[in-house]
Ligand binder design. Structure first.
Ligand code: NAD
Ligand code: UD1
Length: 339
């Protein structure tokens, strides 16, 4: 298949590109490089020995996007482009809504005009808001308790896509709700390259281990969990990437939604211990106050993806830590300073 990967130069996109190319698909990446480096795509090409068509630009630019659709014969789209920093979305709500909604609207219009009928959309477990139970299936209600514009923009995207599918019955969509993506390609050549101070746990731990940051702040040790720290479902980014490629096989019209997680929870202190074990480095930490909006436990019930997509995870949390560490050691400054 010829697949358009929007946001394909980013963290999840670059790993997804590897799996797509390895499975014999043709890949075109549309990205404005606002949060990524073209070097990630060079490395994907080196890793796979295959080439990527890089279409640089803003996915919200309707004229440009239509030109790319006119010039290419895409069979399917995996849509990952967007802004993703939760805290930043609270400070800059209009920018987040503008980008995360206009990109999807432009894409859907171009797909319809060019009759590209397959879409895989990158959603998030954040749409479940404040979950009623620690183990979350796709049947869990969405919306109630979402704390930030980023989360709302994901839910709004799902709604926009659902309404579009109602008006265009041939459209086939898979919404993938990711839990916590972590790790890197096992080569250590591509990985997560956050700009500035990482907001998320695993990139922060990596940077402490490599000596870029002094210590980790553990956000709360008074949760109702086995050691008092927050428990999350960390999924290896290569397992996640394989989930996208499995989702491409769906051809039936309509919208399907799948959680992508492991079904297993890891606490903050367990994450620290595992990272210390694989890196041989000490991770100094200090327990601080809870971070506003954080939940005690969030774990995916991913049975549906197993049954319907034939997908399952094959990598452990320890594998993810080892691969993240390899990436961090080989690339202490990520892909480099320019962005
Ligand atoms: P990322 O920032 O590394 O990748 C997003 C890519 O989109 C970047 O390369 C960026 O340059 C590009 N982009 C942003 N705005 C664009 C625009 N207007 N036009 C073209 N390209 C644009 O993020 P990621 O972690 O790879 O996440 C990919 C997707 O997965 C995002 O939609 C994110 O919301 C979603 N997601 C991520 C996580 C996570 O923890 N990483 C969790 C759940 C969902
Ligand atoms: C965060 C986002 C979520 C997004 C997800 C993507 C918030 C409130 N939620 O989820 O919307 O979909 O990232 O990966 O930002 N922790 C520390 N110290 C740190 C960082 C984190 O103790 O420096 C703890 C947190 O309290 C939490 C766990 O580590 O218990 C994981 O945090 P994080 O990696 O930020 O992910 P989420 O909060 O699950």
């Amino acid at each position: 298949m010829r697949v358009l990967l929007t946001g394909g130069a980013g963290y999840i996109g670059s790993h997804t590109a590897v799996v797509l190319l390895e499975e014999g698909h043709d890949v075109a990446v549309l990205d404005d490089l606002s949060n990524s480096h073209v070097e990630a795509l060079n490395r994907v090409e080196q890793l796979t020995g295959k080439s990527i068509d890089f279409l640089e630009g803003d996915l919200a630019d309707a004229q440009l996007v239509q030109r790319y659709f006119d010039e290419n014969n895409f069979d399917a789209v995996i849509h990952l482009a967007g802004l993703k920093a939760v805290g930043e979305s609270v400070e800059q709500p209009t920018r987040y809504y503008q980008t995360n909604l206009s990109t999807t609207l432009t894409l859907l219009d171009a797909m319809r005009k060019s009759d590209v009928q397959r879409l895989v959309f990158s959603s998030s477990a954040t749409v479940y808001g404040d979950p009623q139970s620690p183990l979350i299936s796709e049947e869990h209600p969405v919306g109630a308790g979402i704390q930030n514009p980023y989360g709302w923009s994901k839910l709004m995207n799902e709604q926009i896509i659902r309404d579009t599918a109602r008006a265009w019955p041939e459209l086939s969509v898979v919404n993938l709700r990711y839990f916590n993506p972590v790790g890197a390609h096992s080569s250590g050549r591509i990985g997560e390259d956050p700009s500035g101070i990482p907001n998320n746990l695993m990139p922060f731990i990596s940077q402490v281990a490599v000596g870029k940051r002094l210590q980790l702040a553990v956000f709360g040790q008074d949760y109702d969990t086995r050691d008092g720290t927050g428990v999350r479902d960390y999924i290896h980014v290569m397992d996640l990437a394989e989930g996208h490629v499995a989702a491409l096989a769906k051809t039936t019209p309509g919208v399907e939604t799948y959680n992508l997680g492991t079904g297993t929870g890891t606490s903050v202190l367990e994450a620290v211990q595992t990272f210390e074990h694989v890196s041989g480095k000490q991770i100094p930490y200090e327990v601080k106050a809870r971070r506003e909006g954080d939940l005690a436990t969030v774990i995916a019930d991913s049975h549906r993806a197993g049954e319907k997509l034939g997908w399952q995870t094959s990598r452990t949390f320890e594998d993810a830590c080892r691969d993240a560490w390899k990436w961090q050691v080989q690339n202490p400054d990520g892909y480099g300073p320019s962005r």
